[in-house]
Design a protein around this ligand. Sequence first.
Ligand code: 3PY
Ligand code: MG
Length: 259
Amino acid sequence: MPSFRELLLSQPYLLGTFVSFNDPYSAQILARCGFDWLMVDMEHSPLSPAEMTAMAHSTVAASGGNCSPIIRVPSHGVEWIKWALDSGAGGIIIPMVNSKKEVEAIVQRALYPPAGQRSYGPFRAPFADRRVTATMADYKEHTSSQVMVLPMIESTEGVANAEDIMRADGVDGVFIGPVDLRHSLGLSGPDGNEPAYLAALQRVLELGRRYGKPVGILGSPNWTARLVKMGFKFVMLAGGDAGILAEAASALLTSSRES
Ligand code: 3PY
Ligand code: MG
């Protein structure tokens, strides 16, 4: 099965969503629905490292390797980055990265020597990547070389420092958090046509093109086609497991009451 990196660099765009239930079940269901990737969200859900690891492995198993788990860590801390990567996931998304100093520290935590200082112990990685054998000896060669380090740009400071973040060695692309970015611009909601917001998106997209690194974003379904046309290479559909369930349940009740 191709890795998330190989898919992202070869396909026109990838569609994902996020999972937040403290159990592999929603990841299994959504992984079977045809999403290219699922973000396991440790930032805004109180997932333990053990739950995150089970959700990542279930995503791979339920989809036969066709859906890649990408872990959003809750902060830049070395423990989170280590646990997320040791699950064998295809990448990490790191929230609120605002400066060159922050991105350099993240890369140090995510990469093995000589590029970084990651410690070796991917005991659970064989369950996320079939190329890794039980001894894990080949994890370094197969999986770690494919892992994507994806800092989030989601503040005016992050946009101002976007070039430093984008071009940092060890950074493989960036992910825009539109809600936080819009809050930082004094706006609300997940999307909109305000010139300051569109200029921020265009700036990051232009840097992505210049440095040959893919840019992703959270997107509402009615904005997805437009985001892809603008140049976003991976879109995380809003809602996630809880939102999709709530929306489907409301629609079911409404149509049942009207039938
Ligand atoms: C944001 O929009 O701020 C996000 O973090 C999206 O996941
Ligand atoms: Mg955010």
